[in-house]
Design a protein. Sequence first.
Length: 100
Amino acid sequence: EKSYDEQHLFASIPTIPPNSHIKVLFHSGGKDSFLTIRKLVKEKLQNEQDPFHLILLTTFDSSTRVIAHQEIPIETVLKQAQHLEIPLLAIPLNRCSGET
């Protein structure tokens, strides 16, 4: 069984005040996810009257540390989130014995 160093799997999630407007984006690390992030950041900058916090969410295989469908290592997505200064919640998934 692998253990994970939380410091390396999660970009820091800032303190978000209660009743804040939060948008959570499932981020695969691919082009479409990046374009959506870019659009949301632009929207956030243009709309000062309705500010919101953006949090990225992704899942990855706990044994291979790869994001499904994109075949991108979780470390790559973590670096993207850190570079963009957007919090990332990365959830490791364990394969069950019955999964194919």
